[in-house]
Design a protein around this ligand. Structure first.
Ligand code: FE2
Length: 276
């Protein structure tokens, strides 16, 4: 498996979690979503200052549990078209530390074994995202790497993508380029600007050879582990089935973590490994 991970930048662990475990997370998210204030977040994402607000909202979300909407969830007047629950794109980025159910799951034995299996000496759980990929309006995610958002020196980030529901080509499963992680460095870097806000710095402008993308269809409870430089994408979900997933990103604690990375934490809320 390690050989396959090194060669391809990705491995699939079939049926790692049972349906009961997945359902517990799905149900927990219903409770979390019910606790959000729809009015407040509608405003943030529908005013003419949307871009500015979105940026600062994102930067604040590193150690919070905040909802993000699908672009197609709003009409021209900025009002939600459908049900609030199924207008969400994701919830991020500190479920793994700030919600008891997701925390138990994220800091659990199987996650620790994956990190250990990949040779991490001091794994730290940096970020978590619950992805809804709702029916019909689930947006496309263009081909990208994750390391630009979770920069360490040397690079150490990887993702653990847990299918909470079956993920198929029809409902917008992950696609990726096997072996595409092997370049010396990530092709871009997302960082905070000294004067405030954030920016994506492009380090290599070449387009991804998307014709090399292969679908990573997985059943509920299966896990996709992928290298931080593994190029991946997903298609829009036009089907009537959601494709919910929970994604954790880990980094190696011994690596340098730059102070201009977007995700920072206060002293009284540090990111943790598996023992803390
Ligand atoms: Fe990604």
């Amino acid at each position: 498996m390690l050989q396959s991970y090194d060669d391809n930048g990705v491995i699939v662990l079939e049926d790692l979690y049972d349906a009961e475990t997945c359902n517990r997370l799905l149900e927990r998210m219903d409770v979390i979503v019910a606790g959000f204030d729809p009015a407040r977040h509608d405003t943030i994402f529908s005013t003419i200052t949307w871009r500015h607000d979105q940026d600062s909202y994102f930067l604040e979300s590193g150690r919070k549990i905040l909802p993000f909407f699908e672009e197609d969830a709003f009409d021209a007047a900025g009002q939600l078209v459908g049900d609030y629950r199924w207008s969400l794109n994701k919830v991020g980025h500190a479920l793994h530390d700030h919600d008891p159910v997701f925390s138990n799951f994220s800091h659990g034995r199987r996650m620790r074994l994956i990190a250990k299996g990949l040779g991490m000496a001091q794994p730290l759980l940096l970020q978590s995202m619950y992805i809804f990929k709702p029916p019909r309006i689930g947006g496309e995610v263009i081909c990208h790497q994750d390391a630009p958002y979770l920069w360490t020196e040397p690079q150490s980030c990887f993702g653990i993508w847990v299918a909470l529901e079956d993920a198929t080509v029809e409902n917008g499963c992950l696609w990726g380029i096997p072996g595409g992680h092997k370049e010396a460095a990530p092709r871009s870097r997302f960082r905070r600007k000294p004067a405030g806000g954030s920016e994506m710095v492009i380090l290599d402008k070449r387009p991804w050879p998307e014709e090399e993308c292969v679908p990573l269809e997985v059943s509920q409870g299966s896990v996709i582990v992928f290298h931080g430089q593994f190029p991946h994408r997903s298609d829009p979900n036009r089907s009537d089935k959601s494709r919910q997933a929970y994604v954790l990103h880990l980094i190696e604690g011994a690596c340098r973590y730059p102070p201009d990375n977007w995700l920072q934490w206060p002293d009284d809320d540090p990111i943790r490994g598996f023992d803390g």
